[in-house]
Ligand binder design. Structure first.
Ligand SMILES: NC(=O)c1ccc[n+]([C@@H]2O[C@H](COP(=O)([O-])OP(=O)(O)OC[C@H]3O[C@@H](n4cnc5c(N)ncnc54)[C@H](OP(=O)(O)O)[C@@H]3O)[C@@H](O)[C@H]2O)c1
Length: 287
């Protein structure tokens, strides 16, 4: 039988890159979808070399832009009949971002990249996932949401356009939306062979050289925090587990932590009135 195919967005660094290596080691064909060709190509050779699997391919996509996601979807349809796993790993969270950035398609970039992009991408390649005998969709959220128990989706201003831009608020709202989306999609796909699950990522070491504008204080905080943070490769084990393990073949609509354990959704995250409202709003963004 042909190798299974796993696509990971934003796999040129951090957890996504380590997950690409672990999954390629399972003899999966891995497609890494990255926005920067130079970084993508660098990662591609590391992933091939460290996994010992040559069947790794780079695709270019900017997850903040619907046009770019549509182009990638067309490419995938031209080249593949099936995709078995998609991991919506790409996201932005640059603590030094002080001003909001509106994409050329007119959407605030955190909302566009971390929430709208994954929803559109899944929708466009759903037929390829349906051709798998066990399609798996994996979204990525954050344990940091536990410290924000009162955070809700801002339905009147989801892009947080009014007032001063707050990257922390924008990021966590987008991650909250991804969890609620996973629950919605799992229900939508309950009569198919596709499962949908979300991962609750705790503090994981990041490469702070990616953020040259970090203040001295933030650098010190990151350095201190990294002592208690998980390594990207350890976290990537959960990505591999949900992508490849037979144990979770039929699990859908669940939330997993870094120990591969199922954890609870908050009451708000699983509130169906809010979920339906969010998805009605989200789908309006799709061209
Ligand atoms: N690290 C943590 O403590 C932590 C905690 C909770 C949740 N998470 C989540 O875990 C996931 C992986 O994060 P990480 O720690 O591995 O950070 P990372 O190394 O910064 O990975 C994020 C990836 O997303 C890519 N990306 C960003 N915007 C994109 C766009 N518009 N189009 C395509 N790709 C884009 C980045 O590409 P570039 O290299 O080009 O920027 C990068 O490859 C993210 O979803 C993050 O929110 C992380």
């Amino acid at each position: 039988m042909d190798s299974k195919i796993c696509l990971i967005t934003g796999a040129n660094s951090g957890i996504g890159k380590e997950a690409a290596i672990l999954i390629a080691q399972q003899d999966y064909k891995v497609i890494i979808a990255c926005r920067n060709p130079e970084k993508g190509n660098k990662a591609l050779s590391v992933i091939k070399q460290r996994s010992g699997n040559d069947s790794v391919e780079l695709k270019i996509v900017d997850m903040s832009l619907q046009e770019s996601i549509e182009n990638l979807s067309k490419e995938l349809h031209n080249e593949y009949e099936r995709i078995d796993v998609i991991i919506h790993n790409a996201a932005i969270f640059d603590l030094t971002q002080k001003e909001r950035f509106i994409t050329k398609e007119g959407i605030e970039s955190v909302w566009a990249t971390n929430h709208i992009g994954p929803v559109l991408f899944t929708k466009l390649i759903l037929d390829l996932l349906k051709n798998s005998d066990n399609g798996r969709i994996i979204t990525i959220s954050s344990k940091g949401l536990l410290a924000k128990p009162f955070l809700k989706i801002n339905f009147s201003d989801p892009e947080l356009l009014s007032g001063k831009f707050n990257i922390v608020k924008a990021y966590y709202q987008s991650k909250l939306a991804q969890i609620m989306y996973s629950l919605w999609l799992s229900k939508e796909l309950k009569d198919t062979k596709i499962t949908v699950n979300s991962i609750r990522v705790p503090a994981v070491r990041i490469d702070i050289s990616k953020y040259p504008n970090l203040s001295g204080l933030l650098k010190k905080i990151y350095k201190f925090k990294s002592r208690f943070s998980l390594s990207p490769v350890k976290m990537a084990e959960t990505y591999k587990y949900l992508s490849t393990s037979e144990e979770v073949k039929n699990r859908s609509g669940e939330y997993f932590n870094e120990k591969n354990e199922i954890v609870k959704f908050s009451n708000y995250q699983k509130n169906w009135i809010e979920i339906e409202k969010l998805m009605k709003l989200t789908l309006k963004y799709l061209k």
